[in-house]
Design a protein around this ligand. Structure first.
Ligand code: NAD
Length: 275
């Protein structure tokens, strides 16, 4: 199965499907990421705060896959925002991952009360210039945070990684991204299992029509919306299921019926409040 790539605004490209490791137990990470790499995933999304960068690094090293075939993302944690601490944080992440650079480094949350995200963004510009991350982006940024970055710095983030699933589709952030060349990465693409998305009769009916699972239908909806996704699962069977998204297509009617499910259903933290 070939995963398509999307072009980033810095001329690089990103595989549209990856594997996320939020809440993957550090002791199990090497095995689970190895499973994902064996199945064919080449894009891994981790973060310093997940505590499992070492396991990701061990899986990469054991895989023997050439470095330039992999796309690895990690994130600057809130407590490490600021110039010096951001530089120290990327070095720590690279050491844990056993890599000399990542492909994408993100500010994990804007944490507006700290008011350090503009300074941190300038540090990420320097981190990119030093070759420690090929591309740089942000996560959980609202339009007001993106506008401030645009007004006070020289670099447009390559991506904004935000909570996004059928009940919470983030029209303001995706429209801003569309207008400014920022790719939207959808975290919690399956709603983190916090509402019965995969049991909704409309989703089940579409899955039956394609002889696919409800999870594949929701992930395929994301792909056709142009989002980057990296669903998480500990189960090898589901990791394989979530990879099989490129040999079927939803019709425009099916796509719009899922888009009609919006109900402002945030399941994670509020980016304006997390600090
Ligand atoms: P998700 O929507 O991927 O949901 C994961 C849940 O769905 C798990 O409980 C899993 O068991 C279940 N699941 C996975 N595949 C399934 C299948 N085929 N059938 C049925 N159930 C299935 O949520 P997530 O893990 O929170 O999000 C994906 C990734 O996004 C994370 O691993 C992480 O890399 C990233 N993320 C980023 C942030 C951020 O603040 N930037 C926050 C949360 C997650």
């Amino acid at each position: 199965m070939t995963v398509p790539s999307l072009e980033l605004n810095d001329g690089r490209s990103i595989p549209q499907l990856g594997f996320g490791v939020f809440k993957v137990d550090p002791d199990a990470t090497e095995r689970i990421v190895s499973d994902a790499l064996e199945i064919g995933y080449r894009h891994i999304d981790t973060a310093a705060i997940y505590g499992n960068e070492e396991g990701v690094g061990r899986a990469i090293a054991a895989s023997g896959i050439p470095r330039d075939e992999l796309f690895i993302t990690t994130k600057l944690w809130n407590a490490d925002q600021g110039t010096d601490s951001a530089h120290a944080a990327i070095d720590t992440s690279l050491e844990k991952l056993g890599l000399d650079h990542v492909d994408l480094y993100l500010i994990h949350w804007p944490t507006p009360k700290r008011d350090l995200y503009v300074e941190s963004w300038k540090a990420l510009e320097q981190i990119r210039a030093a070759g420690k991350s090929t591309s740089i982006g942000v996560s959980n940024f609202l339009v007001e945070h993106l506008e401030r970055i645009a007004g006070e710095t020289d670099t447009v983030p390559a991506v904004n990684q935000i909570e996004l699933h059928p009940y919470h589709q983030r029209p303001a952030e995706t429209a801003y991204g569309h207008d400014h060349g920022i790719i939207t990465e959808a975290w919690g693409p399956l709603g983190q299992g916090k509402y019965p998305l995969l049991e909704l009769p409309e989703i089940v009916a579409i899955a039956d029509a394609h002889e696919r699972t409800p999870a594949q239908v929701v992930l395929r909806w994301h792909i056709q919306q142009g989002h980057v996704v990296f669903p998480k699962s500990n189960s090898r069977e589901r990791i394989a299921e979530n990879f099989a998204l490129f040999d079927f297509e939803l019709t425009p009617t099916e796509q719009s019926s899922i888009s009609a499910m919006e109900r402002g259903g945030r399941v994670g933290g509020d980016p304006a409040e997390i600090n």
